[in-house]
Design a protein around this ligand. Structure first.
Ligand code: HGY
Ligand code: MN
Ligand code: MN
Length: 414
């Protein structure tokens, strides 16, 4: 009879690592503010490196700042089995979005190590750089560059609002982790599984612990710049104004008229709206705003997204308008092989589970173009995320880590 040693997750250790990480960039209201490759995010990478070194796991960084923590296999030449997510957060984000997927994978690696289980393949934990994208665009930059979906040079040249380039930040990360090795960008992966909080209400409503993700909806992101003319608010009559705020708000209302569907399936968000020069008695000469548009049907996403420029132009009035699209990712489906393998692992462990579609976007989208990929969701309280009040439960976190540990062993010997 073959006794399969199973790697037992240490739930307390895993929860404590979440609390340790939540200290880095902690906000007054109990959230985390840790934008990509800021000092705080580099500190989070260094803490991961410290934990990895204690276990004798090796660490590498690639040219776009992705981090790879490796437990060697019997045959180091084989492509690794990997799991992970991101360490960066939204501005005033939560304590679980992203970091949970990194820490669950790390705990799975430790559990395998504690059990003394050998795998044929190397096993890796990956922290993808700049998944969220509020500091540098586009989002999912690290995984997109790794998968060759975005060109490395353009990504390194991306600048934050202060004019600091991603390239400078990657150099700062490398300088902070001199003992890290070099990973070739795009080196093969055997398979990849990402654990993430659902950021929706379905699992919680159904009382399920585990969501086996079948795919994710598509999304397009735009930056709209409306240019008018700064003017005196007292002496300038409407007839002589080129008021960019008036034009931009007209555009927003017109976009809503197009994009608010009756079925409430389209996701249309203006998350950033900046008025310049932002003076009480100055007619604004410039407005910049962003559009985040999502839909599960590619054709609908294309049709609606392609209307945005015309609608903005039609409502520009006396102003100029420039619409720049910086993300355009179609809906995607994970391979049945991975969905079934994750489902079988959840079944074997007896976790309450269901298949689920992701309304949020994740790094696994891009890695799925490189190798068989899949995702595991756990519930988060009232579906709240991108919010300091974000919350997940230790037992759900441990359940996901347990499935990853089981998959690491299965896929690591496949
Ligand atoms: O925006 C997203 O879908 C992801 O949570 N960053
Ligand atoms: Mn995330
Ligand atoms: Mn997020």
């Amino acid at each position: 009879m073959t006794v399969t040693i199973s790697a037992a997750i240490n739930s307390d250790r895993l929860w404590q690592r979440h609390m340790d990480m939540a200290e880095i960039g902690a906000t007054q209201a109990g959230g985390v503010h840790r934008l990509a490759l800021t000092d705080e995010d580099i500190e989070a990478h260094k803490l991961l490196m410290q934990w990895a070194s204690t276990r004798g796991f090796s660490v590498e960084l690639d040219a776009i700042g992705n981090m790879f923590i490796r437990r060697q296999g019997r045959d180091p030449s084989l492509a690794p089995v990997a799991s992970g997510s991101h360490t960066d957060t939204q501005p005033k984000g939560g304590r679980f979005d992203g970091i949970f997927g990194v820490l669950a994978a790390f705990e799975a690696l430790e559990a395998i190590d504690d059990a003394g289980i050998k795998t044929e393949r190397p096993i890796e934990v990956i922290a993808w750089n700049n998944e969220e994208g509020p500091r540098f665009v586009p989002a999912c930059m690290g995984s997109a560059a790794y998968a060759g979906v975005e060109p490395l040079d353009a990504m390194l040249a991306s600048q934050d609002p202060d004019g600091i380039s991603m390239g400078e930040c990657v150099e700062a990360l490398k300088a902070a982790m001199p003992e890290a090795g070099v990973r070739r960008l795009g080196a093969p992966l055997h398979s990849f599984v990402e654990a993430h909080i659902e950021q929706g209400v379905e699992l919680e409503a159904n009382g399920n612990t585990i969501g086996i993700v079948t795919g994710m909806q598509g999304y397009r992101r735009f930056r709209v710049t409306v240019t008018g003319e700064d003017a005196h608010s007292g002496t300038t009559p409407r007839s002589r104004r080129r008021d960019s705020f008036v034009a931009a708000t007209d555009m927003a209302v017109a976009l809503r008229a197009l994009l608010w569907d009756n079925e409430d399936i389209v996701r249309f968000t203006i998350g950033r709206f900046e008025v310049f020069p932002c003076g009480i008695s100055v007619v604004p000469g410039r407005v910049e705003f962003t559009i985040d548009l999502r839909h599960p049907v590619a054709e609908t996403l294309h049709t609606l997204g392609d209307r945005i420029s015309d609608i903005c132009a039609a409502h520009a009035g006396p102003c100029e308008v420039k619409v720049r699209e910086f993300i355009n990712s179609d809906p995607m489906a994970f391979p049945d092989s991975m969905v079934s393998q994750i489902e079988t692992a959840a079944n074997r462990r007896g976790f309450a589970h269901q298949r689920i579609y992701s309304a949020a976007s994740h790094d696994a989208r891009h890695i799925s173009t490189l190798c068989p990929a899949g995702m595991i969701f756990i519930p988060c309280w009232r579906g709240i995320s991108h919010n300091e009040a974000e919350r997940a439960e230790p037992e759900d976190i441990a359940a996901a880590a347990q499935i990853i540990a089981d998959l690491f062993v299965e896929l690591g010997n496949a």
